[in-house]
Write a protein that binds this ligand. Structure first.
Ligand code: U5P
Length: 378
């Protein structure tokens, strides 16, 4: 590995969701590659797991003085970033999400005597949701324009950022990635037998059950598929649309065929039980679960929303249809589930694509090159 070892501060939303997972995995891999990584967040990142040499965690504590109507998390974060940067002599901060993290990093930069570089990664919601809000636009623009480098997780997100905001600078494309030591086709036949019979196929959906995930479409696709062949649907995760989904499943008389696993910490095992992943989202800047599935040899049936077509190759590693076209999605699912030869071809293509295009070391090296670039630029 070329280049010098850096001291990197990472700030992310430590909770569930693609951006937190990616930031945490990136931090762990950078640490393995010899860099010193300092997570600065309000709680210990989900998936940080056991002890890692070179990984440190600095908790942001929010001051709740009586003069504050709302505890000022953003200011506490900015102060903590500056403190850690000074005490640990950080080379740079890599923040995930423009608002508030890149804004806090910009503030922190003003508080440290030595130059502190800031790399911002856009993951989606900050642009697709927040940038629609006129009152936040200027702030997001400031955060992006004042960063020393900005990356986004798909070409579609870069396009959307330019469309919604007045951004003059270049945005680097750095796709999300998977760790193949964790995500690979696991031997789960006995676990699978606990949930389904040998004749049944497994369709799976994993998400935060927010409206953008269109989980009703998941149910509708499954309802059509199970009329054609014996199948079960496994749902993983939790979120606001779950009660609605539960009603729909009852209404359709599918309760026996749908299994709820709730929020899971380690989805690699679970995904390996699936024959297909369903991802019919309305919006999706990347779709990390589709990549996790791909790395486990599981094709995706989904929509063409956002960055999904950059990840899932239609007709090779999955089948994509326009948003809401559950008829076509069900047809594609049945086709794959009833043609073993085609399914094997797709599985092979999934494994190949995940390892060649979305390999963790390949993407980590791209980030390292960006770090080197900002550290040498004036
Ligand atoms: N996730 C879990 N457990 C769950 C639900 C989701 O670990 O119960 C993870 C997915 O595996 C993925 C991320 O890494 O959250 C969601 O990313 P995205 O598909 O929203 O980008």
């Amino acid at each position: 590995q070329a280049g010098k070892h850096l001291k990197i501060g990472i700030t992310c939303y430590p909770s569930l969701g693609g951006s937190g997972v990616v930031a945490t995995e990136l931090g762990k891999r950078l640490a393995e590659r010899g860099h010193q990584v300092h997570f600065i967040a309000n709680s210990i990142p989900f998936r940080l797991g056991q002890f890692h040499k070179n990984v440190f965690y600095h908790e942001v504590e929010v001051n709740d003085y009586y003069v504050f109507r709302y505890p000022p998390y953003d200011l506490s974060l900015a102060t903590k970033m500056a403190q850690v940067a000074k005490a640990q002599q950080l080379d740079l901060l890599h923040v995930h999400y423009a608002v508030p993290h890149a804004v806090c990093a910009y503030l922190a930069k003003q508080m440290v005597p030595d130059e502190l570089k800031v790399v911002t990664t856009l993951h989606g919601t900050d642009i697709t949701v927040l940038a629609q809000d006129e009152s936040l636009k200027d702030l997001i623009q400031l955060a992006i324009n004042k960063s020393d480098a900005v990356t986004a997780v798909s070409n579609d997100l870069i396009r959307e950022t330019h469309e919604l905001l007045d951004i003059t600078r270049d945005i680097d494309l750095t796709y999300n990635f998977v760790d193949e030591r964790v995500y690979y086709p696991r031997e789960v036949s006995s676990l699978r037998r606990d949930y389904v019979s040998d004749q049944e196929k497994v369709l799976m959906h994993i998400s935060n059950f927010r409206p953008v995930k269109r989980t009703l479409d998941v149910i509708n696709v499954f309802a059509k598929v199970q009329r054609e062949l014996p199948a079960k649907l496994i749902l993983v995760g939790e979120g606001p649309d779950l009660p609605k989904i539960q009603c729909k499943i009852q209404e359709l008389g599918l309760s026996e065929k749908v299994l709820f696993l709730g929020k899971q910490d380690d989805v690699a095992q679970v995904i390996s039980m699936a024959d297909l992943l369903l991802l019919p989202s309305e919006k999706e800047s990347f779709g990390l679960v589709a990549l996790e599935a791909m790395a486990c040899g599981v094709p995706t049936i989904g929509s063409t929303a956002g960055g999904i077509p950059e990840l899932v190759l239609h007709g090779q590693t999955g089948m994509l249809s326009p948003i809401g076209d559950t008829e076509q999605m069900a047809k594609d699912a049945v086709r794959l589930l009833t043609d073993d030869e085609l399914m094997n071809k797709f599985k092979k293509a999934c494994l190949e694509r995940a390892s060649v295009n979305f390999n963790i070391d390949k993407i980590t090296e791209q980030y390292e090159r960006i770090y080197e670039r900002v550290l040498t630029q004036k």
